[in-house]
Structures are given as structure tokens and as C-alpha cells.
Design a protein around this ligand. Structure first.
Ligand SMILES: N[C@@H](CCC(=O)N[C@@H](CS)C(=O)NCC(=O)O)C(=O)O
Length: 298
């Protein structure tokens, strides 16, 4: 269903659009923020690539829009940004029975749930990678003189749970080269091996671990062939309280050993940085440049 414009905010050289729509996949109203860079307004008849940013646990579309400082980078290179929500929410949406922030509302892990009671609303994989781009494309079709490219020349990135979501989707769709570029900030790198991931996969996908593999970057990296010289960029703060227990990027590196991704994952351990948006925003310029290159903008 089409979007309602909640707010249009001038930001840097462009505009942040706060939108909401009713999703068929989640059966709920969903919010999404879209940043339109200055090029969208000043250059005619050109196609603007889109970078999808998936946020982490406890987030809404607002956190990254307000604190990641992506907007100046989007203006610098000429890409748009989409900041989706982290889960369905609202009346009737089931949450974590334990009331914890690592599962349920704001913690969908971007999968299509197969288990009750989550199956009905938690269809976030299909929402993010299919319904949302189709709906956005439709909505923006006749709005400006520039075309926003939500399907072809696109990149994906994210933080923590969203870093997992980015890695997972990039690898899952790698054969068809859906996403031209992937990076992650402090991602949950091998969810089947850590408590956050095991709880999420168990709850949404069931206890049978075989069913987790098709989402888990730790497995996908072994079953997906890197056909070019594609690289994945990761930053991880060494002062991040979740680094050693939940994120474990070294496990992904280990899993890539001897595969076509060996040496293609650039894991940057950055001294002292924590898990917050002070960390994310510090490395956004490097990630922006990485995506801009892969999207042919520089
Ligand atoms: N501080 C959070 C812990 C979870 C957390 O650090 N979430 C990260 C993503 S995994 C985040 O982006 N939080 C929101 C923010 O920093 O704006 C809480 O206790 O609620």
C-alpha cells in the first residue's frame, strides 16, 4: 500500500523523508526513512543508486537517520539511503515472552519466521528485499525528475543485528548479484554460534538448526562462490561490550578460510571503539566510499 508522508526534513544538501505504509508481509503499519541526496534535486534524468541500511537491536528508522551521519556522504557521492524499521510493531504483534530486547519487537533479525506465533507478522526478509523496494519504487516513480534505483544498482549495510541482515542478504542473493556491495558495522557474524542468534533463529525458525543455515553468513560464506573480486568491508570496535560474546567477526573470517571468500573479507578491528553510533558514525565515511566505488559513483 502506498506511503503516507509523515515528515519531510531538510538535511544537509537533501531531504529526509519519513514515510509509513501498511505492509502486506508484516500485516502492520511500517515506518521507513528515505534520504534523498542533493543530486536527486539538482541533476535531471539520472538514476540514483540506493544504499539500504539495516539497524540493530532496539532501533527504529530514527536512530541511524539521526546519529550515523550518512547524509553528507550520500551528498558527496550521490546515493540515496533507505532506513527500514527493525521489526513489525503495534497492537497484536507478539513480542519476546521473556520481555528482553534481544528478541521480538525491534529484534526481528530480518528473517521470514516459520514458527508460531511469529509467522504472521515477522516476515521481514520478504518485506525488506521484496515488498519495500517495490513499494518505494512505485511511490517515487512520478515524484521527481531523477529516478531512484531501488533494484539494480544497490548496496546493503547495517549495524549489529542489521550487519548480520546485510551479510545474510548479500550472500543469499549473491548468485543473482542483487546487491552490488556489502559492508557491516559490528555485525552478528555467525549467529548460529552465539546466544543472540540462537535465540532468534530458534524462536523464528524453529529448533532444527538445518533451517538456520540459509540465513547464516557463517554457512553461506562456504556455500556461495565469489565469482569476481568482490570484497566485504567490516569494522568492529575492540571496546564493544558485545564483541566477544555476540558479534564474533573472527568466526566469519575463519569460516571463509579455504573458500572463494578467503582474503576477501576486510575485518578492521578498531581500537577502543564501542558499539554505539559514535563508533558507527566514525566509520560511515569509509563505508560510504566503499559502496560508492562498487556502485560506480567514483
Ligand atoms: N543500549 C541498548 C543495547 C542494545 C544496543 O546497543 N543496540 C544497538 C544496536 S545492537 C543500538 O543501535 N542501539 C540504539 C542506539 O544506540 O541508538 C539497550 O540496552 O537497550
Amino acid at each position: 500500500m502506498t506511503f503516507q508522508i509523515k515528515q519531510e526534513i531538510a538535511s544537509c544538501g537533501g531531504k529526509l523523508m519519513k514515510l509509513s505504509h501498511t505492509s502486506k508481509q508484516t500485516g502492520t503499519d511500517m515506518e521507513v526513512n528515505v534520504y534523498l541526496p542533493k543530486q536527486y534535486f539538482h541533476k535531471q534524468d539520472q538514476s540514483i543508486p540506493v544504499v539500504y541500511y539495516l539497524s540493530g537491536l532496539t532501533c527504529t528508522p530514527q536512530n541511524a537517520s539521526e546519529k550515523a551521519f550518512w547524509q553528507p556522504q550520500a551528498d558527496k557521492f550521490g546515493f540515496a539511503l533507505v532506513f527500514p524499521d527493525t521489526s513489525p510493531r503495534g497492537e497484536g504483534v507478539p513480542d519476546d515472552p521473556e520481555g528482553s530486547w534481544d528478541f521480538g519487537i525491534s529484534a526481528s533479525f530480518y528473517v521470514d519466521a516459520t514458527q508460531e506465533p511469529y509467522r504472521k507478522n515477522y516476515q521481514m526478509f520478504s518485506y525488506i528485499h521484496d515488498e519495500l523496494p517495490r513499494e518505494l519504487s512505485h511511490f517515487f516513480e512520478n515524484r521527481g525528475s531523477s529516478k531512484l534505483d531501488f533494484f539494480e544498482n544497490i548496496a546493503i549495510t547495517g549495524h549489529s543485528m542489521g550487519g548480520f541482515g546485510a551479510l545474510s542478504a548479500y550472500l543469499k542473493f549473491y548468485a543473482e548479484r542483487k546487491y552490488k556491495s556489502c559492508s557491516a558495522f559490528a555485525p552478528v557474524s555467525f549467529p548460529s554460534k552465539v546466544q543472540w542468534g540462537r535465540k532468534a533463529f530458534g524462536g523464528y525458525l524453529g529448533q532444527e538448526e538445518e533451517g538456520w543455515k540459509s540465513y547464516d553468513p557463517g554457512h553461506l560464506i562456504k556455500t556461495t562462490t565469489n565469482i569476481g573480486d568482490d570484497r566485504i568491508l567490516i569494522h568492529q570496535g575492540t571496546g564493544d561490550p558485545f564483541y566477544k560474546e555476540q558479534l564474533k567477526p573472527e568466526l566469519l573470517l575463519e569460516a571463509s578460510k579455504g573458500t572463494s571468500w578467503d582474503g576477501k573479507i576486510s575485518l578492521n578491528l578498531v581500537e577502543g571503539f564501542d558499539h554505539s553510533y559514535f563508533f558507527v558514525s566514525t566509520f560511515v565515511p569509509e563505508h560510504a566510499k566503499f559502496h560508492a566505488k562498487n556502485l560506480g559513483l567514483i
